[in-house]
Design a protein around this ligand. Structure first.
Ligand SMILES: CC(C)(COP(=O)(O)OP(=O)(O)OC[C@H]1O[C@@H](n2cnc3c(N)ncnc32)[C@H](O)[C@@H]1OP(=O)(O)O)[C@@H](O)C(=O)NCCC(=O)NCCS
Length: 342
């Protein structure tokens, strides 16, 4: 169990662009079939941004909905953490663009880049800021426009990704246990398995990098798959152990939505029936940092998640990296003016 004041999610929101790209649409772009994509990944369609839209637009949409859900105004936010692998620009941080757009005049803001595991890392970091007593209200947002860096000539990757954002408002609780355990991990020896090779300080943009299509995602899908089917289950079990919760007491498992076969394997490892697993990869594809909050928000708004439910979030991604978190849903936030000290 974690020390310090309990910290929970008091507001949730998500946002996806309107435009939908179906498997039938992809059949016209690359040599693929609806049948292949569905059986190998579970994906039927995904939302993609229009020209001119970027990750901050999606993050702003999700953040506004989370604020509305929490019933608080943006000036109450002390800190914004935006997890994204597709920031608007190399700098400034996308979180600063969000801060200005939502009117969070009193907030610090920074980005975190941990591949698709970013949202779990950001939840972990945001929780610590509240537990330490430094801040009271933290906005954590995962936002991604992977279709902006997708190679539409590479059929092994372009069928997988979608765009979206999800946001959570964290606050201290006076009743309820909130976040009970976290597990974070990395294995940099696998860094080469999932990369966007150029445009950073190692390989700045040049005519050559553009000609070599090095500004797009490159992935060894088979190796990432082998890693993912093991790590999703293992990370979840470790987070549950740290939280002191038995896997059979999990109400809902909310995994990174990369591939239905990876999700099924993780559920088997935890011995969970699929009715306790939240799945929306069929309609959104892999939205990287947005995928866990997008699935959580959908289930929450559909009324599936109830007070006191035990939720497990887990994600893996570039790095290689992974993260898992155990949360008791609900609780009662501290009133404004009530002391944060225990
Ligand atoms: C990418 C992935 C779906 C590929 O599925 P797979 O079952 O491993 O398929 P393979 O890569 O072994 O390819 C099998 C065949 O399908 C072909 N193929 C690949 N993409 C295809 C597509 N979109 N349509 C049709 N055929 C395709 C391959 O060329 C290969 O053909 P071959 O046997 O003639 O060589 C799977 O490996 C995966 O999900 N990996 C994890 C990726 C991931 O989650 N990344 C995000 C991390 S956050």
């Amino acid at each position: 169990m974690l020390n310090g004041i309990p910290v929970g999610i008091v507001g949730l929101g998500s946002y996806v662009p309107d435009k939908i790209l179906t498997n039938a649409d992809l059949e016209k772009i690359v040599d693929t079939t609806d049948e292949w994509i569905k059986t190998r990944t579970g994906i039927s369609e995904r939302h993609i941004v229009e020209e001119g839209m970027s990750s901050s637009d999606l993050a702003i949409g999700a953040s506004k909905r989370a604020l509305e859900d929490a019933g608080i105004t943006a000036d109450k936010i002390d800190l914004i953490i935006c997890s994204t692998a597709t920031p608007d620009m190399m700098f400034p941080a996308t979180s600063c663009i969000v801060q200005d757009a939502i009117g969070a005049h009193n907030a610090g803001a920074f980005d975190m880049e941990v591949g698709c595991s970013g949202f779990i890392y950001a939840l972990t970091v945001g929780t610590q800021f509240i537990k330490s007593g430094m801040y009271r209200t933290v906005l954590v947002v995962g936002a991604e426009c992977l279709t902006r860096v997708t190679d539409w000539a590479d059929r092994s990757t372009c069928v997988l990704f979608g765009d979206g954002a999800g946001a959570a408002i964290l606050q201290p609780l006076k009743k309820g246990r909130g976040f009970m355990g976290f597990e974070l991990g990395s294995r940099g020896s696998g860094a080469n398995l999932l990369t966007l090779p150029a445009g950073g300080s190692k390989k700045p943009a040049s005519h050559e990098t553009v000609n070599n299509r090095e500004h797009y995602i490159r992935m060894d899908g088979n190796e990432v798959y082998k890693f993912a089917v093991v790590i999703m289950g293992e990370a979840s079990l470790k987070a549950l152990e740290k939280a002191g919760v038995n896997p059979e007491d999990v109400s809902y498992f909310i995994p990174h939505q990369a591939n239905i076969r990876i999700i099924n394997a993780a559920a088997r490892r935890l011995k969970l029936d699929m009715d306790r697993v939240i799945v929306n990869v069929d309609r959104f594809g892999n939205t990287s940092c947005a995928s866990v909050p997008l699935a959580l928000d959908e289930a929450y708004r559909a009324g599936r998640i109830k007070e006191g439910d035990i939720l497990v979030f887990v994600a893996f991604g570039a790095g290689l990296s992974w993260g898992a978190a155990v949360l008791e849903w609900g609780g009662e936030p501290l009133e404004e003016g009530e002391s944060i000290c225990q």
